[in-house]
Design a protein. Structure first.
Length: 94
């Protein structure tokens, strides 16, 4: 089963209704971001074998999602926005 999420709600228009974060209170608090990512993805992704994530540009969140997916052996594809085409393109991580 594939789960599709956005990284942070409200930062950009994305064709999803579920997000890893509603907001990030402190973009420098790595421990809090890691803990939140682990909790949310464990709950939303569970035993799914594939995760698709629309990226908003906050690198730390993207890194922590990658870390979690790697540790859990979950396939990961990021969707990046192409401003010229006004559409998203895929980056299959693993």
């Amino acid at each position: 089963m594939e789960i599709t999420l956005g990284t942070i709600k409200g930062r950009h228009e994305m064709p999803v209704d579920k997000f890893v974060f509603d907001e990030v209170a402190d973009v420098t608090d790595v421990a809090a971001i890691r803990k939140h990512v682990e909790e949310v993805l464990s709950k939303l992704v569970g035993d799914s074998d594939s995760l698709v994530v629309y990226v908003t540009g906050l690198t730390l969140v993207t890194v922590e999602i990658t870390r979690w997916a790697s540790l859990k052996h979950v396939g990961l594809t990021f969707k990046h926005y192409d401003a010229k085409k006004h559409d998203y393109f895929d980056e299959k991580v693993f």
